[in-house]
Design a binder for this molecule. Structure first.
Ligand code: SAH
Ligand code: SF4
Length: 344
């Protein structure tokens, strides 16, 4: 019999799969895995041998395997992981006040954004709950073994479009929030989407976390050219959906978090800044300008610092709180959009 990955299971699902008379044993199993990093049933010593035997006949605890890793001069670490014979990439980004883990939700991505290395390589498959959770557990265990600062924040900004792997992503987030598992605060889990409008509305029914929209353009014409998703869901419908989500949930504090990638001479002019301002006048927002990261053979280049600051000043002066993202892990190709799923 093919064994199931126990990391795919939350407590309810586990109870449905395997009947244990004493309910507290479910919690004990989870405690061993998530708090004590014990990945073999035979060492779960406060659980009866009979139960351990049943568990090990049905389940395995499957973590992704390391293929390679690189450490940046700024302390960030990027891992290439093998998960069921596909390569995914994840990044640990420590800073003074927090330690963030950027995780992947798909092998590749189908969205074909013109500026993104993940998109350039196409889509292979969705990751399962166990494969998503396995990334966090793997890094948590690594940090524990190396006595390093444990993860405080999760950003779902690695490979893939999370809303196109909706149920696995939602169920993974439930495990991230559950105190018996990781217990992250909802304000410390960030999900970034290119804008799959119906799933933003649907997300509201399932989970309350910080939503980030990859907008990257101040008009539809431009956005459709660099992000094909815009041909299906245009900017206003996206902003409406995002506003609905943030208004009706708590973690995003009633503001839409907008990512705006600065592409030299494409979307970074003063006119673009005013156009963006006009777009956002009815949508309480916070803007994060992202410097473009080099991904090889594409026709985009980075905007100059001067242009970025002019853009920032226009938005800030007109009441839209705007910041510029500090890039981390650039020397190891570990920044946004650089995760190709290929060893480099
Ligand atoms: N698919 C989701 C989340 C993963 S991409 C999304 O698109 O939002 C994470 C972020 O990296 C997005 O904001 C994306 O637009 C940005 N990004 C992609 N390519 C980039 C590049 N070359 N330089 C900087 N940011 C990039
Ligand atoms: Fe996919 Fe996001 Fe890259 Fe677009 S930016 S191709 S949605 S990973």
């Amino acid at each position: 019999m093919n064994k199931l990955n126990l990391l795919d299971f939350n407590i309810d699902k586990l109870e449905k799969k395997i009947f244990l008379k004493k309910k507290f044993i479910y919690n004990q199993i989870i405690y061993w895995i998530y708090k004590k990093f014990c990945f073999d049933f035979k060492y779960m010593t406060n659980i009866s041998i009979d139960t351990r035997n049943i568990l090990s006949k049905m389940f395995k605890i499957i973590l992704p395997k390391v293929i390679n890793f690189k450490k940046s001069i700024d302390g960030s670490i990027k891992w290439w992981l093998n998960t069921n014979n596909n390569i995914i990439e994840i990044i640990y980004i420590p800073s003074f006040s927090r330690s963030t883990l950027c995780i992947s939700t798909q092998v590749g991505c189908s969205m074909k954004c013109k500026f993104c290395a993940t998109g350039k390589n196409g889509f292979k498959r969705n990751l399962s709950v166990g494969e998503i959770i396995g990334q966090i557990l793997f890094v948590s265990y690594f940090l524990y073994k190396n006595k390093m600062k444990c993860i405080t924040n999760i950003v779902i900004m690695g490979m893939g479009e999370p809303l196109l792997n909706f149920y696995n992503v939602v169920n993974s987030i439930k495990i991230m929030l559950d105190k018996r598992f990781f217990g992250f605060s909802k304000r410390k889990i960030v999900l970034s989407t290119s804008g799959i409008v119906p799933f933003i509305y649907k997300l509201y029914n399932y989970i309350d976390i910080v939503l980030v929209i990859s907008l990257h353009s101040s008009n539809n014409n431009l956005r459709s050219k660099i992000m094909p998703v815009n041909r299906k869901y245009d900017i206003i419908s996206l902003l409406r959906a995002a506003f609905f989500y943030v208004k009706n949930t708590k973690a995003s504090k009633n503001r839409i978090n907008i990512e705006y990638l600065m592409l030299n001479n494409i979307n970074d002019s003063i006119d673009n800044a005013y156009e963006l301002l006009d777009l956002l006048k009815n949508f309480p927002s916070k803007v994060n300008l992202i410097p473009f990261n080099y991904i090889g053979d594409v026709c985009f280049t980075k905007s100059s610092e001067e242009k970025m600051f002019s853009f920032l000043n226009i938005l800030n002066k007109n009441g839209i709180f705007t910041s510029i993202r500090k890039n981390r892990g650039l020397d190891i190709n570990a920044s946004c959009g650089q995760l190709s799923g290929v060893l480099n």
